[in-house]
Write a protein that binds this ligand. Sequence first.
Ligand SMILES: Cc1cc2nc3c(=O)[nH]c(=O)nc-3n(C[C@H](O)[C@H](O)[C@H](O)COP(=O)(O)OP(=O)(O)OC[C@H]3O[C@@H](n4cnc5c(N)ncnc54)[C@H](O)[C@@H]3O)c2cc1C
Length: 389
Amino acid sequence: MKSLLSQGQWAFLTDLRAYLDGLDPALVEATRRENIEDPMQPREHGRAFLRRLGADGWLGVSWPREFGGQGRSPLEHWLFAEELYDRRLPNGLLTLNSIGPVLIRLGGEAQKRQYLPRILAGDLEFAIGYSEPDAGSDLASLRTRAVRDGDDYVVNGQKIWTTGASVATHLWLAVRTGSVESRHKGVSLLITPMDAPGITVRPIITQGGERTNAVFLDDLRVPAEQRVGEENEGWAAITAALNFERMFYHNEPRWELRQLVGWADAAGLLDEDTAAAHEVQTTIGELAVDVEICRLFAQRGARILAEGRVPYAEASANKVWWGELRQRICDLGLDLIGEDGTVAYGSEFAPAQGHLERGLRSSPVWRFGGGTNEIQLDIIATRGLGMTK
Ligand SMILES: Cc1cc2nc3c(=O)[nH]c(=O)nc-3n(C[C@H](O)[C@H](O)[C@H](O)COP(=O)(O)OP(=O)(O)OC[C@H]3O[C@@H](n4cnc5c(N)ncnc54)[C@H](O)[C@@H]3O)c2cc1C
């Protein structure tokens, strides 16, 4: 890795590591435990941790200086996200990596003043309200309706899979302002605080044990000034945010492979000269190559961002590779471990602390989260390879 980095990038990483090593160990350990338990929603310690980073100027690595960021390149932002993930610490997730950059590009001046400093302080957490029970892959068919009433919109409808809604401070909400037939040309994007009257959040627990939510919106009032972009032109904000989101999927496979290596090492299989050990060594070697490919996909996206472009097909390729690789590592890892591998996460007897067992249970949802892999393949074919539908 070192050789791929410029001197400046390497210096940045060295500074970051020194900074993280110097943080209060009790806060770091509490945050790490909380984040491993459910990485989809930073809670008490995660929020305190992000506030610490914000106060010390470490959030918004690639945000422009005029908005309070460090003004570095997306590659350094990627290094930041990877380093935090490697330590299993929150890196600001979608709020910092996806919503903030979209607000910088498409938000109004008042919205930038209202939200950007608080995101950088680690005070704000957005949940993403796009999907509905009958609008997932076909998001342009969403039905949650926003009707203009004076200076407000009145919103009614239901969202589903709204991850982090139970801990978020704000909701990034896609609504229909045009006719249903208008599809993506009749969608607007609103921001609302999660504690506004009319929002009800109900939990949905995934098979991996992580929490996501259903969100019900009943006569929710949102001031029109909280619309991002023009009425009926929210699609641009949604697609830009999704592309940023897909760029930041990359670190988990590396961590999961490390759990497998840890198990093999403890079992003495890394340097043993037997057929069984060779199978373990070969599998780990092949997976290690795939993990590096995952990192290269993410780096390529960061370089495209650095050129001022938005990665479309590249972000989709990254997401597909990442999701499938997570599942493959856990699947092959458990095959190698054998029947002991079925001992569940949470048991003291679970090999690799049960991380591979839980990883296998949770990885199928990532064929869906962030947009399904089938839809991503479609984007790669059309936008990336220029194929016609
Ligand atoms: C863990 C998790 C977290 C999530 N977090 C959020 C969140 O925070 N906010 C949010 O708004 N959403 C979130 N989602 C929702 C996610 O974006 C949707 O699940 C996804 O877009 C798919 O929609 P769907 O579930 O309705 O499935 P469907 O769209 O009904 O798809 C069902 C199946 O049909 C396939 N399919 C559909 N259309 C096509 C097509 N045109 N060509 C080929 N195959 C097709 C799909 O690939 C899939 O296999 C999350 C989902 C999960 C699982």
